[in-house]
Design a protein. Structure first.
Length: 245
């Protein structure tokens, strides 16, 4: 038997963190360039990061045994309830940036600056002179949010991050691990990643994590996440509330 102390260290690409964190990191990095050059780039960057994220998931799929969709009645209920919460609380709770400005103004005496509202992400309006292109980008957006994003985020938060907080040797822990510290940190981190809807995000992260713990698999949280995003997209299109896309 070989001595573990003298065994060769795995390369970067062989690390178990890579297939679970790289799609998420790439998605965020590419997304950070949205709107940086021109208004049009906000749309093309989303298309690019969706295809890159999907390609990475496909490339790493042989190493991601937990990346399997699963359906349960709890997943459906959670997905619907979180969508209702996300939409219902919109505009009722200040964004983190607004809270920070309000609190700091009480100490500095400076008035709170009201940020200029950004134009909603609406490819049908932006590409009104090229309707086929607008609809094509909208399809990519809805499909990306409903299928690609749930897999990327659940893989990162629920499979990697939650277990990594409990132990750096996270693959040695079960996917349905219950660890209070990891549960709280992961749920809060998921909320903070959505500063405009941070309360919904925390509840959402906790609900998805509950599904993983209950069913001892990742598939239910992926399904719930997909249902939430699909319903929010459907509402955005039907009601003209494009900020929910």
């Amino acid at each position: 038997m070989s001595d573990p102390a003298t065994a060769p260290k795995p390369s970067f690409w062989e690390l178990p963190e890579v297939p679970r964190a790289l799609p998420f990191a790439a998605f965020l990095l590419i997304g950070s360039f949205a709107g940086a050059a021109t208004e049009t780039s906000a749309y093309w960057v989303y298309v690019l990061k969706t295809f890159v994220g999907a390609a990475l998931l496909w490339h790493f799929r042989p190493r991601l045994a937990e990346l399997r969709w699963a359906v349960s009645w709890e997943a459906v209920v959670v997905g619907v309830l979180i969508a209702a919460l996300w939409i219902g609380l919109d505009g009722r709770i200040p964004a983190l940036g607004t809270l920070y400005d309000t609190i700091s103004s009480r100490f500095t005496g400076k008035p709170v600056e009201v940020p200029k509202p950004e134009a909603p992400w609406n490819p049908l309006a932006f590409f009104k002179d090229n309707a086929p292109l607008g609809y094509a980008i909208l399809v990519v957006r809805v499909v990306g949010r409903s299928f690609v994003v749930p897999m990327i985020e659940e893989l990162f938060y629920r499979s990697f991050f939650h277990r990594f907080i409990a132990s750096q040797d996270f693959l040695g822990l079960p996917i349905g691990l219950w660890n209070l510290r990891a549960f709280v940190i992961t749920s809060v981190a998921f909320g903070l990643a959505h500063p405009g809807q941070w309360v919904q995000g925390i509840v959402c992260g906790a609900a998805y994590q509950f599904l993983v713990i209950r069913h001892k698999r990742l598939g239910d949280s992926i399904t719930a996440h997909a249902i939430t995003n699909a319903l929010c997209s459907a509402y955005a299109i039907a009601a003209g509330k494009w900020e929910f896309t």
